[in-house]
Ligand binder design. Structure first.
Ligand SMILES: Nc1ncnc2c1ncn2[C@@H]1O[C@H](COP(=O)(O)OP(=O)(O)O)[C@@H](O)[C@H]1O
Ligand SMILES: [Mg+2]
Length: 393
């Protein structure tokens, strides 16, 4: 039996575009790329961009802050730096590695790998400067889902340490570039738009999402005799916000029953996508109804107010009270600030919301925001209809 890996659609033009951009002076303060969750950022970075940059002879340090969220983001970043040092092929480094030493010489300086970034060890900036001097290659640091660095104090400090490295290596030696990605432009924007943030004023842009060329590639790679049309694929891909996973699932389900007439495939594909999305939405809304009433009220306020969300002021507490009343069984008093704090903590632990520091909170998944908003509109309409019905009796 042969087990095949999921094939990757390579985005050559986009790769070359970013390679050129990285080489240009415009990217010297950092490259911040935003695109929604599960739309292909990590795949593009790991499968296309990083290998291409390595071909150019640069050292790439890649840290994904999303992969294991139980590890402090600062540790994830320091581990990635450490690994890239261990991957160096300097003769000194080789000798040090084979002896199993954590202390060794890099660019003429003795350093302790185990202590990088700690109080007793070398700073991240110094370490990267030594790495640059030892390899004489540009360093490209990639922080995937960079907004997660803000969830811990150490993570925030690490971003400032990277900024110090960027400034120290700017114009000196082979150079340094930082690429940061984020799943939501609002969250990533926090890193570049606030004066007290490490990468204030760095340019941010949306990473192009997968397009028609990806869909055509999927069709070309399908071994089935009968295939849906590109137009139908485009429609369903739009429906699932251009996320490959739901698309792949409905493409598989399309052939479950067998004996499908070619003419029926397009209509069936759309029905399957509607079902799949409805199922996901229903599960989520059911989950929302199953939360503690205050937790659900906090989520609803967050969905309604978006970027303007404030958790604890009088207006917020009154808003929760109204929401608790509208969606709960009986009239409730306005909650206390500490009750709201506890609700936010529970939601954060469950991965439903995240804390961007400085009192900023966001719903983790933008899809959830849209679902809560539409469910609230439906529930409001039902309530109004019921109130209208009562009034006319
Ligand atoms: N270029 C691509 N070719 C094939 N599949 C892809 C591609 N990009 C994304 N995918 C699929 O979409 C899923 C989500 O992509 P990922 O890169 O993890 O998204 P993100 O990092 O934006 O959350 C992956 O598991 C992969 O199966
Ligand atoms: Mg990712």
């Amino acid at each position: 039996m042969q087990l095949l890996d999921d094939p990757i659609f390579h985005r050559k033009e986009l790769t070359e575009y970013y390679l050129e951009y990285l080489k240009s002076p415009e990217s010297s303060s950092g490259v911040f790329l935003a695109a929604p969750r599960r739309t292909g950022k990590t795949t593009f970075i790991k499968e296309d961009l990083v290998p291409r940059i390595r071909l150019e002879g640069a050292t790439v340090i890649y840290a994904d802050l999303w992969e294991d969220r139980s590890i402090n983001p600062s540790i994830v970043i320091i581990n990635a730096i450490r690994e890239s040092i261990l991957a160096c092929d300097g003769a000194v480094l080789k000798a040090a590695k084979s002896a199993g030493l954590s202390r060794f010489k890099l660019a003429g300086f003795e350093m302790d790998l185990a202590k990088i970034g700690s109080k007793e060890g070398e700073s991240i900036s110094t370490t990267l400067q030594r790495l640059s001097a030892a390899t004489q290659k540009p360093i490209i640091m990639v922080i995937d889902e960079a907004q997660h660095a803000q969830t811990t104090e150490e993570g925030r400090q690490t971003l400032f340490a990277l900024k110090a490295a960027r400034d120290a290596l700017r114009g000196a030696g082979p150079g340094f570039r930082l690429i940061a990605t984020g799943s939501n432009s609002d969250r990533l924007a926090v890193l570049v738009s606030a004066k007290d943030q490490a990468f204030f004023m760095a340019p941010m842009e949306e990473l192009d999402q997968l397009g028609d060329d990806y869909l055509q590639w999927l069709l070309d790679n399908s071994q089935k005799a009968a295939k849906p049309s590109l137009a139908a694929l485009k429609r369903v891909f739009e429906m699932c916000s251009r996320r490959p996973e739901p698309l792949k699932k409905v493409m598989r389900d399309l052939y479950k029953k067998g004996g499908m007439d070619v003419a029926e495939l397009d209509a069936r594909l759309e029905l399957l996508m509607i079902d799949a999305l409805q199922g996901l939405r229903n599960n989520f809304i059911q989950g929302l109804h199953g939360l503690e009433p205050l937790d659900a009220a906090v989520m609803r306020r967050m969905a309604q107010t978006g970027k303007a969300f404030t958790p604890f002021d009088t207006k917020a507490l009154e808003h929760y009270k109204r929401l608790l009343q509208d969606y709960g069984p009986a009239e409730q008093p306005a909650p206390s600030q500490s009750a709201v704090q506890a609700a936010l903590e529970r939601l954060r632990k469950d991965g439903l919301v995240w804390n961007a520091g400085r009192g900023l909170w966001f719903i983790e998944d933008t899809q959830h925001v849209a679902w809560i908003q539409s469910a609230m509109a439906e529930e409001d309409a039902l309530r109004q209809a019921a109130a209208g019905g009562n009034a006319s009796q």
